[in-house]
Write a protein that binds this ligand. Structure first.
Ligand code: UFG
Length: 326
């Protein structure tokens, strides 16, 4: 199939694009390079375009006759979504609508969407099933929940078929060491811990140790980015075959606290990681763990790289690469 990966120069998008290398699918990238890197797209046809430029989006989709669009291009920083909500609503919602409207006009009706566990807000039960109430607690989560609603309505009205994947905590780097996580500024747990291990950062700050969890720090479900990419590939192939729109959690069904991650990182890096405890970060639920039964059973997906040792080993290899090149 001919596939457009929007946001293919970013962290998860670049692992997706690389996953297509061993398949028969033909892949192109559309990216505005605001947070992605041209280097990630060097082996592919890259359309540099912002989704706010609807005319250009339309022209690119029309000229290239894609059959599927995968959409990874969004802002993801929860803290920033509080201070600059308009940036999040404009890009994550309005620009996504631009893309969808061009697709509908051109009868491109297969769509894979990056959603998030943040749509659940404070979960009612752990592990979290897809049936749990959608109740985001921050603007970032709101934007993804809104797009999920739009997708449902577009399916009913225009026959848009979609899979929305609710990511838990994406992490790790490609096992071949060529691509990995690189945000600026970095806000994510594992890269920050490893920057403290490599010496790129002086120390690491734990945001809150007074949560109602086993050691007081937040618990998250960490899923390796290559397992995420695999879930997208299986979703896409199933969507083409069945034409059934679906929503899946993608997580590992296991939770680790911040302190547990620090411990594993100390073992993998053989370094004592300096850290301090600070207050809670706004909008952080105490615990998020996925129930991944539906995707596991329906698509025969399994997480093959998401044991914490592999996650941190691959992220450490990538951190060493980054610290050398800085
Ligand atoms: N944390 C720290 N110190 C830091 C950074 C993070 O203690 O310097 C803690 C956070 O408080 C949280 C955990 O580490 O408890 C994980 O934090 P991340 O920022 O790595 O990830 P989040 O769980 O906040 O967010 C991630 C994605 C979001 C998505 C969310 C869904 O980045 O885009 O998962 O669960 F919305």
């Amino acid at each position: 199939m001919k596939i457009l990966v929007v946001g293919g120069a970013g962290y998860i998008g670049s692992h997706m694009v690389k996953r297509f290398q061993d398949t028969d699918h033909e892949v192109e990238i559309l990216d505005n390079l605001s947070t992605g890197f041209e280097l990630n797209a060097q082996n592919y046809k890259l359309h540099i375009c912002d989704l706010s430029n609807k005319d250009l989006v339309y022209q690119i989709l029309k000229e290239n006759k894609y059959e599927v669009v995968m959409h990874f291009a969004s802002y993801i920083n929860v803290g920033e979504s509080y201070s600059q909500p308009e940036k999040y609503y404009k890009n994550n919602v309005t620009n996504t609508l631009n893309l969808l409207d061009c697709m509908i006009d051109l009868k491109i009706l297969n769509f894979i969407f990056s959603s998030t566990a943040a749509v659940y807000g404070e979960p009612q039960n752990i592990p979290i099933t897809e049936a749990q109430k959608i109740s985001p607690v921050n603007p970032y989560g709101n934007t993804k929940a809104i797009v999920e609603k739009i997708l449902k309505d577009y399916d009913e009205a225009y026959g848009l078929k979609y899979i929305a994947l609710r990511y838990f905590n994406a992490c790790g780097a490609h096992i071949d060491g060529t691509i990995g996580e690189r945000h600026n500024p970095e806000t994510h747990l594992i890269p920050l811990i490893l920057q403290a291990a490599s010496g790129r950062k002086k120390n690491f700050t734990i945001h809150g140790d007074d949560y109602d969890t086993k050691d007081g720090t937040c618990i998250r479900d960490y899923i390796h980015v290559m397992d995420l990419a695999e879930a997208h590939l299986l979703s896409l192939e199933d969507l083409i075959k069945t034409q059934n729109s679906e929503i899946y959690n993608i997580g590992n069904n296991k939770g680790f606290s911040v302190k547990e991650i620090i411990k594993i990182a100390e073992t993998v890096t053989n370094t004592k990681i300096p850290y301090e405890i600070a207050g809670r970060r706004k909008g952080d639920p105490a615990q998020l763990i996925a129930d991944n039964k539906i995707i596991t059973e329906k698509l025969n997906w399994s997480a093959n790289y998401s044991d914490l040792n592999t996650i941190i080993k691959t992220a450490w290899k990538w951190e060493k690469h980054l610290s050398k090149s800085n």
